[in-house]
Design a protein around this ligand. Structure first.
Ligand SMILES: [Zn+2]
Ligand SMILES: [Zn+2]
Length: 280
């Protein structure tokens, strides 16, 4: 066995990928805060330019979820480990990693990304997810229906997953996981109607036996869509399903304001992402 030869070839391959990623990073990300435009004086790792992201004051002002939250669905809690609904009817997913409440200015960034087509925000938003890897071995972007994909031109969850896959060296499984029904937008529905709305919305032909997959999405509302897809992934053999989501909607404004002011934001400074697009 030619271990040295194999090692050299692998190392050349890794270097080629890294160089490609770095060039992409240098082209794609001007060094300024996405919220206030302040220039960043901080270089990134390995002398690369800092990723386009947040300056320190803007980062500190982001609406982080309190540390006390349901260990399954991430709903802020005042006591206990799990919220009542997750105790009574555990969802098909096992845990959610989500840094922010869906509140200003994170909501505005997500809308600019998703509806305004500002794809340069994808690595910025992806970098806010610093999830405990916790044994995750593949990423599944929340699929869009074919009609929605045509309308939007890109799947915002897939772009996030590509950046995360690159960062953590995880495969992104998109083929074989499809959204077959174009349901009414969840945002337009009463909270309780949302589970019914997404029933049967997905098919999964991928073989996920024994894998721990993380579903990547931009926004979680009730978690009904996440739970529905997680059920499909478990039927396809997944041993464990996590959610990696940028922001979570809280049930009502008073709840979100009380809990956000009570809790210390738990956002963490993420390292800049240095590569994009090597996983698909
Ligand atoms: Zn700023
Ligand atoms: Zn819960």
């Amino acid at each position: 066995m030619d271990h040295h030869g194999t090692g050299a070839a692998l190392s050349n391959y890794a270097r080629a990928i890294f160089d490609g990623c770095l060039r992409h990073a240098q082209r794609a990300w001007p060094q300024s805060c996405v919220l206030c435009g302040a220039a960043s004086a901080q270089p990134g790792r390995f002398g690369a330019p800092a990723a386009r992201g947040f300056c320190a004051p803007c980062r500190a002002s982001l609406p982080g979820l309190p540390a006390a939250r349901c260990e399954v669905c991430a709903l802020p809690l005042t006591s206990g480990q799990r919220c009542g609904p997750c105790l009574a009817h555990p969802p098909a997913y096992d845990a959610v990693s989500v840094p922010f409440a869906y509140a200003f200015p994170v909501d505005a960034l997500i809308q600019a990304y998703k509806y305004g087509g500002d794809l340069a925000l994808a690595p910025v938003l992806a970098a806010t997810l610093a999830p405990a890897l916790d044994g995750v071995d593949a990423l599944v972007p929340m699929p869009l229906s074919a009609a929605r994909l045509r309308e939007r031109g890109f799947n915002q969850a897939h772009e996030l997953a590509r950046h995360l896959g690159c960062r953590f060296g995880l495969p992104v499984i998109a083929d074989g996981v499809r959204r077959i029904s174009d349901t009414a937008p969840q945002a337009a529905l009463p909270w309780k109607a949302r589970a019914r709305n997404v029933k049967g919305a997905f098919v999964c032909d991928a073989d996920l036996r024994g894998r721990h997959v993380a579903i990547v999405d931009d926004v979680m509302t009730t978690g009904a869509t996440l739970a529905e897809l997680a059920g499909n992934l478990k039927s396809a053999g997944a041993a464990r399903v996590s959610g990696w989501v940028i922001a979570r909607t809280l049930r009502d404004t008073s709840e979100s304001e009380n809990l956000l002011s009570a809790g210390k934001p738990s956002t963490s400074q993420s390292e800049p992402l240095l590569c994009a697009g090597t996983a698909s």
